[in-house]
Each structure stands twice: as structure tokens, then as C-alpha cells.
Design a protein around this ligand. Structure first.
Ligand code: CO8
Length: 253
């Protein structure tokens, strides 16, 4: 589910579940969490590069797994449908994004430090269209990256934006031709790996400070709201409709 490779001091982590567009199942996110823990404590790793296999980054939390969950279960698991561990990495993380980065996949992108996108990439938060909402920081980190009105546009409508729009609004650091994605992303990661890990960590901490006021409380509030969606008819209907490939009929409760 997670492929771990090394390129010198760069740990290359690949979300590897292409048949489901790298949807973030519990098994996949648990494996990602362990791989991130390993990379963090391994002195030979200076930078992490995160990418997806099979032409997509990740199409979000696993809707098949989420459909039957109840509010009590998601509360007990503190379920996020994603991998919050990524947002706590001390080492720099570069994302290489092609294809879809949606829902929890987009939240992973938002937790990374430098985002290199192929010109064919798509970003978005379709959670609202399946009767739920972000549970791993989308409602907190996205507005910090792109501002209130673009974030509202994306989160309330669930529409997707292409790589050019994502770069214009500040979600993406650089857009490159699709065929050059890994060369460019690895180039950035290798460059970071040549620099002082101690000073990189200081810079990362300082930049993170700019976004931290209120972040912890915001993440906790969002998680509670996300869990509340599991008590609704509309969340169940939205996810069932996606899996049955039909339009959802929302009733407002
Ligand atoms: N979960 C489970 N399976 C998925 C998912 C997913 N999120 N996305 C795609 N798949 C599966 C499909 O079911 C399909 O499987 P099968 O062949 O067995 O039917 C396979 O991947 C290929 O998908 P499609 O046939 O749909 O391929 P298309 O090219 O027609 O469409 C899309 C690709 C646009 C990516 C489409 O699959 C899609 O819209 N996926 C769902 C996107 C989505 O709604 N994501 C948000 C999920 S909710 C979420 O992430 C947030 C929950 C809050 C928790 C916070 C962190 C996640």
C-alpha cells in the first residue's frame, strides 16, 4: 500500500493503491503513518517526497470503508479518513502531484511543504457532494493557503480546480509538464537534502508559526463537525450514491 524507496537522503513514499485511485483506506493511512514515523527518526533521511502510483495522487478517504461507519464508531476511532501525522512532520516534505488529489488526498497536499504539480493534476474537496466534510484539516489549511473566498468556493461547491488555478491561488508551489514531474520534484528534494537539516527545520518551524494561531483549535473543531456528519441521513445517502453511481438525494438532515 505504501512503497518506500530511497534516493540518497530522500525517502520517496508512494501511495500505492492504484485500482482505487489511491483512496485512503485505514490500511493505507496506517502504513503511511508508520513510514512517516520511520523517516522522521532515520538520521539518514533528510527530506520526504510523497507521491501516488498509477497516475493519481489520491482520490480521498475510502468511501467504501466509510459508508457503514456510525457516529459512535468514528468518534471512538477519532477517525479522520486521512493521515494527520503528515502535518506534524519536522523534516521537509515535498509533494509530487499528478492526476486527482481530492478530499483527504488534497488534505495530504495541504500538509506538505513544497507542492510540485503536473500540468494535468486536479485538486478539490468533493466531500460536500458525498454528504460529509474535511476531517483532516481541509477547512483549516486550505483557507490559510488560498484565502477565504477561494476556500469557500471549493469547499461549499465541491468543484475541482486544475493545476494552473491551484498554482494561481497558492495551493501549489510550481506546475511542470506531466512528463517532468518526478525529475522536478526529486530535483527539489535533492536540493533540500544538500542543505543544513538543522536550519531547514528552523525555517520550517518559523514558516509554520505564521499559520499556527488557532490551527490546533480549528482542527479539533473540524474533527468534531466531521464526526457529526456520520449521524446524518445525507452523509449515508451521499456516499451510497457515489458507490451506486447515481445522483444523491439530500434531505437536509
Ligand atoms: N474511495 C473508494 N474508492 C474510490 C474512491 C474513494 N474515494 N475514489 C475512487 N474510487 C474507486 C472507484 O470506486 C472505482 O472502483 P471500482 O472500479 O471498483 O468501481 C475506481 O476507484 C476508479 O474510480 P472511477 O471509476 O470513479 O474513476 P473515474 O475516472 O470515473 O473518476 C474520480 C475518478 C473523479 C477520482 C472519482 O472516482 C471520484 O470522484 N472519487 C471520489 C472522490 C471523493 O469524493 N473523494 C472524497 C472522499 S471523502 C474524503 O476524502 C473526506 C472525508 C473526510 C475525511 C478527511 C480526510 C479524508
Amino acid at each position: 500500500m505504501i512503497r518506500v524507496e530511497r534516493d540518497g537522503a530522500v525517502a520517496v513514499l508512494t501511495l500505492d493503491r492504484p485500482a482505487a485511485r489511491n483512496a485512503l483506506s485505514v490500511e493505507l493511512t496506517t502504513a503511511l503513518e508508520l513510514a512517516l514515523d520511520d523517516a522522521e527518526v532515520d538520521d539518514e533521511v533528510r527530506v520526504v517526497l510523497l507521491r501516488g502510483a498509477g497516475g493519481d495522487f489520491a482520490a480521498g478517504a475510502d468511501l467504501k470503508e466509510m459508508l457503514p461507519l456510525t457516529e459512535e464508531q468514528v468518534r471512538a476511532m477519532d477517525f479522520s479518513g486521512c493521515c494527520p501525522r503528515l502535518g506534524r512532520m519536522a523534516k521537509p516534505v515535498v509533494a509530487a502531484v499528478e492526476g486527482y488529489a481530492l478530499g483527504g488526498g488534497c488534505e495530504l497536499v495541504e500538509m506538505c511543504d513544497i507542492v510540485i504539480a503536473a500540468d494535468t493534476a486536479w485538486f478539490g474537496h468533493p466531500e460536500i457532494t458525498v454528504g460529509t466534510m474535511p476531517g483532516a484539516g481541509g477547512s483549516q489549511r486550505l483557507p490559510r493557503a488560498v484565502g477565504k473566498h477561494k476556500a469557500m468556493d471549493l469547499l461549499l461547491t465541491g468543484r475541482r480546480m486544475d493545476a494552473a488555478e491551484a498554482e494561481r491561488c497558492g495551493l501549489v508551489s510550481r506546475v511542470v509538464p506531466a512528463g517532468r514531474l518526478m525529475d522536478e520534484a526529486l530535483g527539489v528534494a535533492r536540493r533540500l537534502a544538500e542543505l543544513s537539516p538543522a536550519i531547514l527545520a528552523m525555517v520550517k518551524q518559523s514558516v509554520s508559526r505564521a499559520f499556527e494561531p488557532g490551527l490546533k483549535e480549528g482542527l479539533a473543531f473540524e474533527r468534531r463537525q466531521f464526526h457529526r456528519t456520520f449521524a446524518t441521513h445525507d452523509r449515508r445517502e451521499g456516499m451510497a450514491a457515489f458507490l451506486e453511481r447515481r445522483p444523491a438525494r439530500f434531505m437536509g438532515a
